[in-house]
Design a protein around this ligand. Structure first.
Ligand code: PMP
Length: 306
């Protein structure tokens, strides 16, 4: 795996080793930054790299920035151009990840969103699997709740909000699980995973928590909903999900840019289905891996060639 060589920082592409922030940086102190995670897929057959849903990720970055009152100096088109230029310069021949980060770059003490300088950087990094997608993983319900819209809005991808994710993921790992499922802030319903959305299959229908269940409105979630309906003719319902509904699901899976489509075979020590990847999950996963590599013509507008 190669280390990245470049970063877009303070308005230009420079060596990543020179891209450094001041220790007084406001967003480093207070977590007041918004970011994205975008994947670029290496298609070994065509020997080309494709960035998946790049423009949609930058649209979400703009939405997150609006919530946090961060002004992004570069239009979406320019952010896409910078991303492609960075990836071209790196010349990866493997899957990689793009991290745009818009932040309060001022140096004054005090957490606030106004009266501080703001900037944006982007870097890329080679990235393989975040979760094992070849088997069904084992998860627990976290004892930690998800954030809520009137604390740190989960709809925005805020850097400081990932304390919530880190605390959940760490608890799960230290207790011998692969991942955590997190309940809404009122403890009533399933929200999502520590950094991925969740779907359940019941009676051949896909069910996923709605946007008002404290979730990040995932682009992979959107991709799964679209391809399940349009390509697999599967009914999809967005509705609140109870914790124990998961225990009696036919199939369960996570999805996200990092997680991709990852089967869950065990929740809170209850086996889901026969404990291995379910049939519908398998069909969605194989479709997903094809379309991100620009192997399905109909979805080629989602794939930008590097
Ligand atoms: N929820 C959280 C908290 C996340 O960090 C992510 C990853 N960005 C997701 C869900 C999935 O979102 P996406 O499919 O857009 O990557």
């Amino acid at each position: 795996m190669k280390n990245p060589k470049f970063a877009f920082f303070e308005g230009k592409i420079i060596s990543i080793s020179e891209a450094k922030v001041d220790i007084r940086t406001s967003s480093l102190q207070y977590g007041t930054a918004v970011f994205e995670g975008i994947r670029s897929y290496w298609n070994a057959k065509t020997e080309k790299n494709y960035v998946f849903r790049m423009e949609d990720h930058y649209k979400r970055l703009y939405d997150s920035a609006r919530i946090l009152m961060i002004k992004i100096k570069y239009p979406i088109e320019e952010l896409c151009d910078i991303t492609l230029e960075l990836l071209k310069k790196e010349g990866y021949t493997e899957d990689s990840y793009v991290r745009p980060f818009a932040y309060n770059s001022g140096l004054k003490i005090g957490p606030k969103l106004v009266g501080t300088e703001q900037d944006l950087f982007i870097y890329t990094i080679p990235m393989g699997e975040y979760l094992d997608t070849t088997k069904a993983i084992k998860v627990c319900t976290s004892s930690w709740a998800r954030l809520s819209d009137n604390s740190i809005p989960p709809r925005a991808k805020v850097s400081g909000a990932y304390v919530n994710s880190a605390i959940q993921k760490t608890e799960a790992l230290l207790n011998g699980f692969d991942e955590a499922i997190v309940l809404t802030s009122d403890g009533q319903h399933v929200s999502e995973g520590s950094a991925m959305n969740v779907f359940m299959v019941k009676n051949n229908t896909l069910i996923t928590p709605p946007v008002y269940s404290d979730i990040l409105e995932g682009l992979t979630r959107d991709t799964v909903i679209k391809v399940a309906r349009d390509e697999l003719n599967i009914k999809v319902i967005e509705r609140p999900v109870d914790r124990t509904e998961m225990y009696t699901a036919d199939e369960l899976f996570f999805c996200g840019t990092g997680a991709q489509v990852s089967a869950i075979g065990n929740v809170d020590n209850r086996i889901i289905g026969d404990g291995s990847m379910g049939q519908i999950t398998g069909r969605i996963q194989s479709l997903y891996f094809k379309l991100v590599k620009n192997e399905i013509n109909k979805y080629s507008s989602w794939c930008t060639k590097v």
